[in-house]
Design a protein around this ligand. Structure first.
Ligand SMILES: NC(=O)c1ccc[n+]([C@@H]2O[C@H](COP(=O)([O-])OP(=O)(O)OC[C@H]3O[C@@H](n4cnc5c(N)ncnc54)[C@H](O)[C@@H]3O)[C@@H](O)[C@H]2O)c1
Ligand SMILES: O=C(O)C(=O)C[C@@H](O)[C@H](O)[C@H](O)COP(=O)(O)O
Ligand SMILES: [Zn+2]
Length: 353
């Protein structure tokens, strides 16, 4: 996989202009969703090389991360003269960078692409590392590719219009990076004041968080081994998210991951000796900040069926987990029986309910 350049911007306009001019392209398309078109595109208006750029606007959020929207983007590119030498700029959260990244990967077998993440989640996670894709058959990221954007430009200025729920959602992935990295980073995350955001402190934390991901992706870009650490919390988290996508109350990805981490940390405690005190502190932090997902024991079979589609699974019907023996002590390729998984769901409901 080609190396990706991640830039924590000091001067966004100058840095973006410079990166665009380093590409040789015939046309530029900017992909946004309806919200990033309104809130984020104005921050690009003074960039001369974007004056002639074509815009593609799609519906917001995960209900639009689907085949229909992807086909719309392909169609727009095709009918408005994009070639293999066209540059696509994805301006948005993880929904836009995942879908736009996959459009870039597949249009004429691959065109150049720049990600400008505008949510906390996409800055620390989705825009970086090359996983692109769409949801399909009610399953998260069922269709996709590894196709890193050429550049990712991160500027926390975009976060000033983001709502608190989406900020917390991104913080869920940052908590994951804390748990899989080291005690020092983890402690900073627990201390950060989420109710009164200090944006310059946040920018530093974003830099540290994205570095955790970059270091892992560099070692294992195609998720053959250690990259599975980045999927901590997702075996159960994705099941929670897919489950909720089918209801009238879809939950944000980072919330689902936070709740998934509660279950998977408990399994880590049982299986790998993850310390009780760190388990307690983490669950308390998640409960206080994220509340809880409501489900009953009648939903266990549905959730378990969803887990059978996790991409880490090797043998059919055997659910693969990434667990932790302690903060930063990563144990990949752990499995649990159906009975054990139902016990985790019992634990979740008793502790979080
Ligand atoms: N590829 C990966 O490695 C990876 C990693 C983590 C998550 N993801 C995926 O990312 C998606 C979630 O991404 P997300 O949390 O960024 O959600 P999102 O892209 O749906 O954005 C959340 C909401 O915020 C709006 N928004 C975005 N930027 C804004 C801004 N600056 N100001 C105001 N509103 C703004 C969006 O329009 C949307 O309504 C999920 O599909 C998840 O599966 C992918
Ligand atoms: O980059 C990775 O690798 C991750 O697993 C990051 C996750 O936070 C992200 O949600 C990813 O999209 C999950 O991928 P999937 O392969 O489980 O669909
Ligand atoms: Zn995730």
């Amino acid at each position: 996989m080609s190396k990706q350049e991640v830039i924590i911007c000091q001067n966004f306009t100058a840095e973006l202009s410079q990166k665009i001019s380093a590409h040789s392209y015939d046309k530029i398309f900017i992909l946004t969703d309806e919200h990033t078109c309104r809130f984020c595109l104005p921050l690009l208006q003074d960039i001369p090389c974007l004056k002639e750029a074509e815009q593609i606007v799609i519906g917001p959020e995960d209900i639009h991360k689907n085949l229909e929207t992807l086909a719309y983007v392909w169609n727009q590119l095709s009918s408005r003269g994009a070639t293999r030498h066209t540059l696509l700029i994805n301006l948005g959260g993880g929904m836009v960078t995942d879908l736009g990244g996959f459009a870039a990967a597949t249009f004429k077998r691959g065109i150049a692409c720049i990600n400008i993440p505008t949510t906390l989640l996409s800055m620390v996670d989705a825009a970086v590392g090359g996983k692109t894709g769409i949801n399909f058959n009610d399953l998260k990221n069922e269709i996709g590719s590894f196709y890193p954007a050429d550049q990712v430009l991160i500027d926390s200025e975009f976060l000033k219009t983001l709502d608190p729920q989406n900020l917390l959602s991104g913080y869920g992935e940052m908590l994951k990076h804390g748990l899989i990295s080291n005690q020092a980073h983890w402690s900073k995350l627990l201390k950060f004041d989420l109710n009164h955001i200090d944006y310059s402190q946040l920018q530093n934390l974003i830099g540290e968080s994205v570095q955790v991901k970059e270091d892992i992706v560099e070692k294992d870009p195609y998720e053959q081994n250690i990259r599975k650490a980045l999927n901590f919390g997702h075996t159960i988290g994705h099941a929670f998210e897919s489950f909720s996508l089918k209801t009238e109350h879809p939950v944000l990805h980072g919330y689902a991951v936070a709740w998934g981490m509660v279950c998977e940390l408990y399994l880590s405690h049982l299986r790998c000796g993850f310390p009780k005190e760190a388990l307690r502190t983490t669950i308390q932090f998640i409960k206080e900040n994220y509340g809880s997902l409501y489900f009953t024991c009648d939903d266990y079979d549905t959730l378990y069926d969803l887990m059978k589609h996790d991409k880490k699974n090797v043998a059919s019907g055997v659910i693969n987990f990434t667990l932790l023996g302690g903060i930063g002590d990563i144990r990949i390729n752990q499995t649990a029986s159906q009975e054990e998984i139902y016990e985790l769901l019992d634990f979740y409901r008793e502790t979080m309910g």
